[in-house]
Design a protein around this ligand. Structure first.
Ligand code: PRP
Length: 202
């Protein structure tokens, strides 16, 4: 008797045919295999709530301007601001640094400049991931020139390999492995930003 083809159909001891136990492929992954889930949806939710509480405690006067760096920060920022119990405004920046390359050129330009006046504001710059740190280094220099009252960085993930970032990242969600990560805003060729978890792909 030949063995049943793997993954097709099996009969149990009572002779009842049952569907095989298979992990359904997440259609959002476009057929790619997850090497590992670096940060699950549950872990992200819990840590974002803690960050929101830390930020709330750090700005007793309120009047915060949360500046999200697009596109990567959009999911994190949307969850984070709902955990901050303060009056605040939200605006966005779009910077170009990587172009077609996978390595930051370090030549950071503002493609979209926030309409909000930055002078005199407590600015919280929100970033999805600090990799080489070149993007944030250049942006901090640029934004500091606009005379904000204070400026701090909140990053969901920090690879801790940035050599060029002069300004410390005050609020960090997680130290991140030095792997190519996608999900929760992070992309590969614009895919996977909508995954509710952070994963590295095979
Ligand atoms: C990614 C990421 C950070 C930056 C980090 O942005 O969102 O902004 O790179 O890299 P660095 O620390 O080496 O400068 P990307 O330019 O890919 O744009 P995106 O946010 O639209 O994905």
């Amino acid at each position: 008797m030949s063995a049943a083809p793997v993954g097709v159909i099996r009969g149990d001891k009572d002779g009842v045919l049952q569907a095989p136990q298979q992990t359904p492929q997440d259609p959002r992954l476009l057929g790619r295999d997850v090497r590992r889930i670096a940060f699950s949806e549950t872990e992200l939710r819990a840590r974002v709530a803690e960050l929101g509480a830390d930020i709330t405690a750090a700005y007793p006067e309120g009047d915060l301007l949360v500046l999200g760096l697009l596109k990567g920060s959009f999911v994190f920022l949307a969850d984070l601001v709902r955990e901050i119990r303060l009056p605040l405004h939200v605006d966005f920046l779009v910077a170009s640094s990587y172009g077609e390359s996978t390595v930051s050129s370090g030549d950071v330009k503002l493609v979209y400049d926030p309409e909000t006046v930055l002078e005199g504001k407590h600015i919280l710059l929100v970033e999805d991931i600090v990799d080489s740190g070149k993007t944030l280094h250049k942006l901090m220099h640029l934004l500091s020139g606009r005379a904000p009252r204070s400026i701090e960085i909140c990053a969901l993930l920090h690879k801790r390999i940035a050599k060029e970032l002069a300004h410390p990242v005050r609020f960090v969600g997680f130290d991140a492995p030095n792997e190519f990560l996608v999900g929760y805003g992070l992309d590969h060729a614009e895919n996977f930003r909508h995954l509710p978890y952070v994963a590295s792909l095979r």
